[in-house]
Design a binder for this molecule. Structure first.
Ligand code: G
Ligand code: G
Ligand code: MN
Ligand code: NA
Length: 251
C-alpha cells in the first residue's frame, strides 16, 4: 500500500507530531494530565487520521519505532508543564510484546529528565488476548519505576473483569460510547457507568470519562462520580504550544 510506504518514511521525514488533549479533575476542573495523540502530516497524503494509520502501523510493526518516538517526544514536552501535570501515552499491544519495552520507557524518562510518576501508560484490554505474561511483566517493571497504567476504552473490547485482577491499573477510562449513551438517557449506559465507578472505587482505581462534549454531559458525569473528565468540552487535542498556553492562562 502507498500509505504504508509513506509511513515508513514519516519518522525520518519528521512528519509526525503529538497533539495533547487535557484531562481535568471532575470536581475542580483543573487540568491534571494531557493525553498524547499522534498526528501525521504526510508530504504526499496530507494529514492522515490516526484512526487510519495507527492500524497500518500496528499491522506492519512500524508502531514499534513510532511508539518509541511518541514516548520520547511526550516525555520531553511534558517537562515544560507544571510538575503536578502528567502525560498519558497510548501503548499498542505490539509495543508491549517487544521484550525491551520497559527499557524504552527508562530511556525516554532519563533522556527527558521527566519523573516516572508523571508518565501514565494507556493500554487496552486487547493486550490480554495473547499470552499476556510478557506485557504484564513489562508494565510491572514500568510501575516499579513509578509510572501508572490506565485501562483505555474500557467496556468496548473483550472486557473481562478478570483483567482487573491481573494488573494494578490506576485508572479505568470509560469509553465515550457509554458517556454518549448516558447523555441520551440510556438506562443501560447509566447503570454501566455507575457500576464501573463503584467497582473502580473499591479497587482503589480512579475513573476517567471520555468524550464529554457539553456542560450537561460534564454535570452528569460528575454526578455519576467519575474522578476525571476528558472530551471536547474541556479541550480538543491541541498542539504542544497551545497546551502550554492553556496552562499559562489557567494557572
Ligand atoms: O486522536 P484520535 O482520537 O483520532 O485517535 C484515534 C485512535 O488512535 C485512538 O484509538 C487512539 O488511542 C489512537 N492513538 C492516537 N495516538 C496514538 C499513539 O501515539 N499510539 C497509539 N498506539 N495509538 C494512538
Ligand atoms: O482510543 P482513545 O481513547 O485513545 O482515543 C482518543 C480519541 O478520542 C482521540 O482521537 C480523540 O480525538 C477522540 N476524542 C477525544 N475527546 C472526544 C470527544 O469529546 N468527542 C469525540 N467524538 N471524540 C473525542
Ligand atoms: Mn487513549
Ligand atoms: Na480511550
Amino acid at each position: 500500500r502507498q500509505l504504508e510506504f509513506a509511513l515508513r518514511r514519516a519518522l525520518e521525514n519528521r512528519e509526525l507530531e503529538l497533539n495533547y488533549q487535557p484531562v481535568v479533575n471532575a470536581t475542580t476542573e483543573e487540568v491534571v494530565s494531557f493525553e498524547a495523540l499522534v498526528r501525521w502530516n504526510s508530504a504526499q497524503h496530507g494529514s492522515v487520521s490516526p484512526g487510519k494509520f495507527v492500524p497500518i502501523a500496528e499491522d506492519t510493526r512500524l508502531i514499534v519505532p513510532i511508539g518509541t518516538w511518541v514516548m520520547e517526544q511526550a516525555c520531553r514536552e511534558a517537562t515544560r508543564w507544571p510538575e503536578h501535570v502528567r502525560v498519558a501515552v497510548n501503548v499498542s499491544p505490539e509495543q508491549l510484546f517487544e521484550p525491551d519495552f520497559a527499557a524504552t520507557v527508562v530511556n525516554a524518562l532519563s533522556a527527558s529528565g521527566l519523573e516516572a510518576r508523571r508518565l501514565e501508560l494507556e493500554v487496552t484490554e486487547s493486550i490480554f488476548l495473547r499470552d499476556a505474561s510478557v506485557a504484564r511483566s513489562s508494565l510491572e517493571q514500568c510501575m516499579a519505576l513509578g509510572c501508572t497504567v490506565a485501562l483505555d476504552d474500557f467496556g468496548t473490547g473483550y472486557s473481562s473483569l478478570g483483567y482487573l485482577r491481573k494488573l494494578r491499573f490506576s485508572t479505568i477510562k470509560v469509553d465515550r460510547s457509554f458517556v454518549q449513551g448516558a447523555a441520551q438517557d440510556s438506562k443501560e449506559s447509566l447503570a454501566i457507568i455507575r457500576a464501573v465507578v463503584a467497582m473502580a472505587d473499591s479497587l482503589e482505581m480512579t475513573t476517567t470519562a471520555e468524550g464529554v462534549e457539553s456542560v450537561e454531559e460534564a454535570d452528569l458525569i460528575r454526578r455519576l462520580g467519575c474522578t476525571k473528565i476528558q472530551g471536547y468540552y474541556f479541550g480538543r487535542p491541541m498542539r504542544a504550544e497551545e497546551a502550554l498556553q492553556l496552562f499559562r492562562r489557567r494557572h
